[in-house]
Design a protein around this ligand. Structure first.
Ligand SMILES: Cc1cc2nc3c(=O)[nH]c(=O)nc-3n(C[C@H](O)[C@H](O)[C@H](O)COP(=O)(O)OP(=O)(O)OC[C@H]3O[C@@H](n4cnc5c(N)ncnc54)[C@H](O)[C@@H]3O)c2cc1C
Length: 462
């Protein structure tokens, strides 16, 4: 074996949360059973964490430019944070929220903005129906829902158009759902939407802060957890995987500058990136169809740092919902100490794609102008502005997750978690609970680890 060739029991492709959870779980099980076992994690980037990315700015402020929230009921993420004793703090929600709607700026408390009653009733009714339909979608097999064929034949957008009479209700739901799916509702199927809603409990949980998916932050940033998990693992950074040769006996993984022979392989790359790896022999058609047919949503985070969260003094929470852009939704993303003030705006779907066409200074100008409309002119002069548009990230190609256009889930869904020879599939898109979220990534990695452990024969020790 040459210097650039190695062998191991398990090669894990990708050091995001799915890959890290898989590698730690296998290492734990081998240690507990006193079975020596070599796990190598191959990662394209120069860092671990994948779609979670915490960066420290020039003034020392840390910001999460990727996944940041731990939500109510996310048991796997809570478990892993507890294991590494990583502290959390509540998302700042005190004060009035802002609604900028049809040119009018109003303040409101809680989750219900001040809109005409017909619009509010329309939203409540639609959420009730969606939650009821979502419960009928089996999380392990959405394609087995009684109405799977009917629901997968239409887009979520067409369901909204045909079932929500009030235009304002439709618009508000579309904005809310874009913050959840990072994609226009016309592009993913109703079945995918219902599965996703059930997977994260219900629409209120997905949309909410207190009691919802946006409830809690990690002190120092979510990437701390990825770094803690990577400690003690054999992670090879800057090793993009290009080719995987596989047979019943194992696989050979070819990365830049390194070839790794493994008995089992766990793939955790986002589906569109799997389609760029050459598999020899080719993967089964349904698996390929998933890789080629599940595009990523588009979202970006736009962050402005101020000396203090000035909006709090005005009795505002920093949360805004607006039908104007580029950021339709904002949050107070300040650290637990309350200083500096960090305002976070999301751009999503076509809005993110449009912003991505602008230069950095154009983006800064339009985002700050948007923040000023919501919170006043003080928003125009942050000490630092930074953004990240994930569509432009070569190792993610978008976010928050990949989605299923009409027809895909029904035709090819059963291949999502189906191992192929020595190849096992993980990643948040394969999760049954909290699919699309960090929690789902972690549980998918743990599930793939269990699959692999069932196949590993112990290495001779010594
Ligand atoms: C802006 C943004 C906000 C989000 N907000 C939240 C949130 O608040 N809460 C939440 O729970 N979730 C959130 N998410 C989603 C969450 O971050 C993801 O669901 C989760 O991190 C996905 O983990 P993963 O391991 O499945 O995939 P990834 O994190 O994408 O990991 C896959 C890894 O594979 C690597 N890779 C890709 N191609 C190759 C290759 N050829 N060779 C080797 N390595 C490769 C990638 O670099 C990456 O490290 C957000 C995501 C984004 C981007």
């Amino acid at each position: 074996m040459s210097e650039n060739e190695e062998s191991c029991d398990v090669a894990v492709l990708g050091a995001g949360f799915a890959g890290l959870a898989a590698a730690v779980a296998i290492a734990d099980a081998c240690k507990a059973g006193a079975k020596p076992c070599k796990v190598v994690v191959l990662e394209a980037r120069e860092r671990v964490g994948g779609r979670v990315y915490t960066t420290t700015l020039a003034d020392g402020t840390w910001v999460d430019l990727g996944g940041q929230w731990l939500g109510a009921g996310q048991e796997r993420l809570a478990h892993w944070l507890a294991r590494y004793r990583i502290a959390t703090y509540p998302t700042w929600t005190k004060g009035d929220n802002v609604l900028l709607w049809q040119g009018q700026r109003t303040r409101y408390r809680g989750t219900i903005p001040k809109l005409p009653l017909t619009a509010l009733l329309g939203v409540a009714w639609a959420q009730l129906r969606l939650d009821r339909m979502a419960k009928q979608v089996p999380l392990e097999a959405p394609w087995q829902a009684r109405k799977a064929a009917e629901w997968d034949a239409q887009s979520f957008g067409s369901w909204l158009a045909n079932n929500v009479g009030s235009e304002q209700a439709r618009q508000l739901l579309s904005i809310g759902m874009e913050t959840v799916f990072a994609e226009h509702a016309n592009n993913y199927s109703l079945l995918h939407a219902l599965f996703y809603i059930h997977s994260g409990k219900n629409t209120d949980t997905l949309l909410g802060s207190e009691g919802g998916a946006q409830e809690t932050r990690v002190r120092g940033g979510m990437q701390r957890l990825a770094e803690a998990m990577a400690q003690g693992l054999d992670v090879r950074l800057e090793r993009p995987v290009r080719r995987v040769q596989w047979s019943a006996d194992g696989a050979v993984v070819h990365c830049d500058g390194l070839t790794v022979k493994a008995a089992r392989v766990i793939l955790t790359l986002p589906p569109p990136l799997c389609s760029e790896v050459a598999f020899e022999p080719p993967l089964p058609p349904s698996r390929q169809a998933l890789h080629q047919g599940m595009p990523m949503g588009a979202a970006g985070k736009c962050v402005a740092i101020y000396d203090e969260p000035f909006w709090r003094k005005a009795g505002l929470s920093g949360m805004c919902v607006s039908d104007e852009g580029p950021c339709h939704v904002t949050f107070d993303s300040s650290p637990p100490e309350g200083k500096p003030g960090v305002l976070l705006g999301f751009v999503e779907a076509d809005g993110a794609r449009e912003l991505g066409k602008q230069t950095e200074s154009e983006r800064q100008k339009s985002v700050l102008a948007c923040f000023a409309k919501y919170f006043g002119d003080q928003a125009l002069t942050p000490r630092i502005y930074v953004d990240k548009l994930w569509e432009h990230d070569p190792w993610a190609r978008g976010c928050y997750g990949a989605f299923c256009p009409p027809g895909l889930l029904l035709a090819h869904g059963p291949a999502l978690r189906q191992p192929t020879g020595p190849l096992h599939f993980a990643g948040t898109e394969t999760a049954t609970v909290w699919s699309g979220y960090i929690d789902g990534a972690l549980s998918s990695g743990e599930r793939a680890a269990r699959e692999v452990l069932g196949h590993l024969s112990p290495r001779p020790s010594g």
